[in-house]
Design a protein around this ligand. Structure first.
Ligand SMILES: Cc1cc2nc3c(=O)[nH]c(=O)nc-3n(C[C@H](O)[C@H](O)[C@H](O)COP(=O)(O)O)c2cc1C
Length: 348
């Protein structure tokens, strides 16, 4: 494993463990799981909880129109374990107060820690419906959405957003101020323009601009892969904490490693890969479970120096038994790891 300087470890853990409350509710630490469709599902979160160390987890984005009537026992996304609710924020994607209000009301009634409005997703299906990052083109609609949600629920309210549709940071700064005035409790900012599917590096300096514009907590997100990058985002931008996406899928123990000094053993990759297979199998029907495992495998395989071979094997699997065979034949303790896994293998 990549050797991390002792002073980096110590400083990082100290910064991440500073007490913090959001909307009057305490959170365990300042290192959070970012929302990720297809990856941050209930099965993954169950495995993540086993390692510990994650201050708050965000669900995959859940469609506002579906949430009011969704059955959690059958749903792919709007699904949770009772015990994770005190640390789980439900992310909603929707365009108008009419759609958002019934959804956030249900989120509050179910007992989630908080609700997060998605203003970052630029997938064409989402943007076409005027939701996700499309709201950043219409500041009035974005603020109206947030105001309506704020009037409806008293749980902590988050907005996850991006720079916008042009590289100029000023519109995002103006919006951040308006979100704060509208009663948002915490902003999670991903400093990329909406059409950029993570192919260019995130503009970390822009997190500082958002942080300096408001007095509510601002979390930074984007391209944090190794502890040095997490520390540098905190130190360079002054952000209140960090939200980690793809790397949390590749190495879910990073939360415990960076906040409380957990040391992974040599079999951790194999054990994780097997545990996720078992948990997905127990949670979803075989087709959904396999689909989700395949998506996971792209980020998992990025850990290894010859990850593309492994990824090809996983993508060819026809069943969870195939997956288990691939794991036992291929994941060994002595595999060469990439110090900085290439997270651009997948670009949704
Ligand atoms: C497969 C995938 C699905 C994603 N789904 C969502 C989502 O549902 N909601 C959201 O706000 N962001 C979503 N994101 C963006 C992540 O939350 C995060 O902003 C992005 O991956 C950058 O952070 P990272 O470099 O730590 O991965 C997704 C990213 C990936 C790779």
């Amino acid at each position: 494993m990549h050797m991390v300087d002792k002073s980096v470890k110590k400083t990082l853990a100290e910064l991440l463990n500073r007490p913090l409350s959001i909307g009057g509710k305490a959170v365990a630490n300042r290192l959070w799981l970012a929302p990720m469709a297809g990856l941050g599902h209930v099965a993954y979160r169950e495995v993540l909880a086993g390692y510990g160390g994650c201050g708050l987890m965000f669900t995959e984005m859940c469609g506002a129109k579906a949430v009011p009537t969704e059955n959690p026992a059958m749903s792919t996304m709007f699904r949770w374990r009772e015990e994770e609710l005190p640390r789980l924020v439900c992310q909603i994607v929707g365009a108008t107060p009419k759609d958002l209000i019934p959804a956030v009301r249900r989120v509050e009634d179910e007992g989630f820690f908080g609700v997060d409005i998605n203003m970052g997703c630029s997938a064409s299906g989402v943007v076409k419906r005027n939701s996700g990052a499309a709201l950043l083109k219409e500041p009035e609609a974005a603020v109206a959405a947030v105001e309506s949600v704020r009037r409806e629920v008293s749980i902590p309210l988050f907005v996850k957003f991006r720079t916008g549709w042009t590289p100029d940071i000023q519109p995002a700064v103006d919006l951040a101020r308006r979100f704060e005035s509208a009663g948002v409790d915490c902003l999670v900012f991903h400093p990329r323009i909406a059409p950029d599917k993570r192919t260019r590096p995130a503009v970390v300096d822009h997190i500082r601009a958002i942080k300096e514009a408001v007095s509510i907590p601002v979390f930074g997100n984007g391209d944090v892969v190794i502890p040095e990058e997490c520390l540098s985002m905190l130190e360079k931008t002054g952000c209140d904490g960090v939200s980690v996406g793809r790397m949390a899928i590749a190495r879910p123990w990073l939360f415990a490693e960076w906040t409380s000094g957990f040391t992974p053993d040599e079999n951790i990759f194999r054990d994780y890969a097997l545990q996720l297979a078992d948990t997905l199998e127990r949670t979803y029907d075989p087709i959904r479970a396999l689909k989700r495992y395949r998506l996971f495998s792209v980020f998992f395989a990025a850990n290894f120096a010859f990850g593309h071979n492994l990824q090809t094997k996983f993508l060819g699997a026809r069943s969870m038994d195939d997956i288990r065979t691939i794991i036992s034949e291929n994941i060994r303790p002595d595999m060469r790891l990439n110090k900085r896994p290439n997270m651009n293998l997948h670009s949704t």
